[in-house]
Design a protein around this ligand. Sequence first.
Ligand code: F6P
Length: 323
Amino acid sequence: LKHIGVLTSGGDAPGMNAAVRAVVRCAIYHGMEVTGIHEGYTGLLEGKLESLNSRSVANIINQGGTFLKSARCREFYEPEGRARAAAQLEESGIQALVVIGGDGSFTGAVLLAREHRVSVVGIPGTIDNDIYGTDFTIGFDTAINTVQDAVDKIRDTATSHNRLFFIEVMGRDAGYIALYTGIGAGSEEILIPEQSRGMDYLLQSLERSGRKGKTSSIVIVAEGDKSGGVYELAKTVEAKMDGYQSRVTVLGHIQRGGRPTCADRVLASRLGVAAVDALRDGSSGVMVGVRNNLISLTGLEKACKERTEINAELIRVADIVSI
Ligand code: F6P
């Protein structure tokens, strides 16, 4: 293997730069050529390619976002788009591709590998932490620290006014950000898409908190929760509970930015090296991840299809420590 390409795709995540850096440096360490593909699959179709060396990835380990830029590419969903992408890779002499992204990006990679025999390895990069085959995805740790910091600040104002705060956090289909930050920032309740306890449960829980002397409460709501949206929830609860004013904060894309934490930089560096190692070993159609602190390979198709199970122990801990 002499020449690999690397791209970032889908929603950006803090630590993607550190992953690109590790891929580039590991490839160069082994005497390979590396091409950076700008703007994900869109850039591949448009030929936005740049030859990268060790210095091209200097001073980016500490930066959020992705210097290669990212995109969600419609054309790549079609067989014609993937055929053009494969032709572009061949023309540029790129023999294998490292795709850093979430399950949408991996679905495209699986099809590219299957239809055109392109060697691909995936690196899980998404703040949602919802990829099967790895305990953690790149960007999750930074995002939960950003959320925790924000909730700590909201707590100051919530306690000063005896208010009930509903805070919406990201996680289109997954409750990991909500569950971790609900525990870390000490929220009263956590609403996640994987588990629906219903409005009566929430009201009883908040009333119980009031009876126990809590004068303010924080409820973390995952974006993908199915209770009807954070604004509706806040209105309903305020109408049904005496003595509380409710307020809503939607943290939004602030969760996707910022300097990656050390944990994310280390994870990204490990997975970048592991991806190049996997390609050099002749693997293709796999995702590199970390399980029980060991590098682990999972079929890309499985990584896309299988759902991650929410950790029941974390839910139990959240329930116990919030009484
Ligand atoms: O998948 C990562 C994520 O940040 C989700 O949590 C969120 O729902 C989505 O991306 C937002 O995507 P966009 O930036 O395209 O609005």
